[in-house]
Design a protein around this ligand. Structure first.
Ligand code: ARE
Length: 549
């Protein structure tokens, strides 16, 4: 007995408005609440149990209102006691994200691996890795493919001057790599993207530069006298021993040279233990203005936003400072691999949704959690992110992961997961080649999924292509899928059934992720439209039903 342990505070993830409605979250100790409601004057709104972990349970009410409200909770405990919490009077928190992001489906391209427009010959890059010779002219020539697929946003991995095919070690932030076609090709691409209504985000590598960036080279030659010595985190001078430079400048073949260098010691912070990527010193105000200037420069030249590499390795204050200096309609998306909370409210609009990816892997690939656990995981994430989950960058795979199709090993299963991605909250994305069933290799480390795109149509899986296109178009046409609430209807065994709703539009998604047929009673609204009481889902299949109220 005694007062229950409840928590609510009228801010951020506990009270927010999104798409014209207000979400109110109540947190409690586990197993305490039988039922609860939110009371505003003489109106009462039911509260739904959302999720729970070892420490807490979360409850949520959704009100068809926005603007300042005064409300209290009425809670009936499991032991019969009634408690009230409040009253609170406050204006709901509002997410500040560019409006254009919500109706987007992204397509991610690693330019070296997509299409050769300039006929660069394949060559060996730094450290013996292969350039395949793709470029931005190639991307430009294939825009029709993207348009036919229906995507309306593009994320390009780094495109600036660099000595590696992946270009995550930048040597000049103000020029597009000549091998990719240089600045002119970039401008042409931007113009054609704009004509087609496709937004563009670039990959900003500001955690580190290349070892060969002129600033770092200056530190190497001038040591403590270098004007750039505080641009990096040099632990001791000289930054590299003599021997290191000798090996580096020797005629040894690439692979051997880099194996030798790896064994030598160097005196600066870097990305993991990669000597070729010295870490910038983000405490230096000059570095912060440099980051801001580069970001602004390319936004001025037609980019619509940035994906920020190793964002979790850069202090959030830097991103906050930068964000306040950039136009509000630039989408900022950080590569943050774990908990996004310290980042999503004022540093970025969204992050790469790795926590969601983990859940997806555990349910769709590993089969290690049940549908109920999957749902609980989704709702816990939702309780943590609040409105920010709608601006997260969601994916089944990307340039750092294995391809999802390789992981599930079956196209029907892949398409079920894709159906989930395209109908869930957050911005969905496709990694180049996924739409045609491009395969990579398992356990291939970071490059597992980076096989070059094939333009030999005979190698395309047209069923995957058709379904992908259908799902993308469904997503783009539905405000409910982009902005709507999420209501679970049935999460049991392999069955995931939920409704997304926005104003009068309702979308029911049913995914049968099992080898057995599944029969499903339809909720009233959907029966009328279908003229049926129930539907039967084949093994490993899904259905998306809609109606207007
Ligand atoms: C290359 C080779 C690797 C080799 C490595 C070291 O491909 O096989 O092991 O060199 O010699 C870029 C390139 C990579 C390249 C790397 C280093 O794309 O091909 O690797 O540079 O030169 C961590 C970081 C996360 C990072 C991933 C890769 O936290 O920020 O590792 N992701 C970004 C980009 C990458 C990019 C870089 C960073 C560097 O998306 O493409 O790599 O600019 C767990 C840990 C995570 C860890 C993750 C690794 O989840 O918790 O912290 O992420 O594993 O997958």
């Amino acid at each position: 007995k005694g007062p229950g342990k409840f928590f609510h505070r009228p801010s951020a993830v506990y009270l927010y408005s999104f798409a014209g409605r207000t979400h109110i979250i109540l947190r409690s100790e586990p197993n305490l609440v039988k039922e609860a409601s939110v009371v505003l004057g003489n109106e009462s709104f039911p509260v739904r149990r959302k999720a729970g972990d070892e420490l807490f349970e979360y409850f949520e009410a959704v009100l068809p209102k926005k603007g300042e409200i005064e409300y209290r909770f009425e809670i009936r405990r499991k032991d019969g006691e009634i408690e009230t919490l409040g009253p609170f009077r406050a204006s709901p928190y509002k997410l500040e994200a560019p409006r254009w992001v919500f109706d987007r489906v992204f397509y991610q391209i690693m330019p070296d691996r997509f299409e050769k427009g300039l006929q660069n010959a394949p060559e060996e890059g730094l450290r013996g890795e292969q350039f395949h010779g793709g470029d931005l002219e190639g991307v430009r020539r294939r825009l029709e493919h993207l348009e036919e697929l229906g995507i309306n946003a593009l994320y390009l991995t780094p495109i600036f001057e660099s000595m590696t095919y992946h270009r995550y070690d930048v040597t000049d932030y103000f020029h597009v790599d000549r091998k990719l076609g240089g600045d002119e090709t970039f401008s042409r691409l931007v113009q054609e993207l704009k004509e087609r209504g496709i937004k563009l985000i670039l990959d900003g590598v500001f955690h580190h530069t290349s070892f060969f960036h002129p600033y770092f080279q200056d530190v190497l030659t001038k040591g403590e006298k270098s004007r750039y010595k505080d641009f990096y985190r040099i632990l001791d001078f000289p930054a590299v021993p003599e021997e290191f430079l000798e090996v580096l400048n020797s005629d040894l073949p690439g692979v051997e040279k880099y194996r030798k260098l790896k064994e030598l010691k160097w005196n600066y912070e870097s990305f993991f233990s990669v000597w070729a990527m010295p870490r910038l010193n983000h405490d230096n105000p000059e570095v912060r203005s440099f980051v801001r200037d580069v970001m602004k420069y390319w936004l001025d030249r037609g980019a619509d936003g940035w994906r920020l590499d190793v964002a979790h390795g850069v202090p959030p204050e830097l991103w906050r400072e930068v964000r306040s200096a950039l136009p509000e309609d630039a989408y900022l998306m950080g590569e943050v691999m774990d908990d996004a909370r310290p980042w999503v409210f004022d540093a970025f609009h969204g992050t790469m949704n790795y926590p969601l990816y983990d859940l997806i892997l555990r349910f769709f690939v590993e089969r290690e959690i049940t549908a109920e656990e999957f749902l609980n995981g989704l709702e816990l994430l939702s309780a943590r992110l609040g409105p920010a989950e709608y601006a997260m960058y969601n994916f089944l795979d990307n340039h750092d992961t294995e391809r999802f199709l390789d992981l599930v090993g079956d196209k029907k299963k892949y398409l079920c997961a894709l159906a989930f991605l395209m109908t869930y909250k957050g911005i969905p994305s496709i990694f180049y080649g996924d739409e045609i069933g491009l395969k990579g290799r398992l356990n291939g480390g970071l490059s597992a999924g980076r096989a070059p795109m094939t333009w030999n149509l005979g190698e395309w899986d047209t069923e995957i292509l058709d379904v992908t296109r259908t799902l993308i178009n469904l997503r783009k046409e539905s405000r409910a899928l982009q902005l709507g609430t999420f209501r679970p209807l049935k999460f049991e065994d392999g069955l995931l059934v939920y409704e997304r709703a926005y104003e009068e539009e309702k979308v029911m998604v049913a995914i049968n992720y099992s080898g057995e047929e599944a029969e499903l009673e339809l909720p009233a609204g959907y029966r009328k439209v279908r003229g049926a009481q129930r539907i039967v889902l084949r093994p490993w299949s899904f259905a998306v039903l809609t109606f207007k109220e």
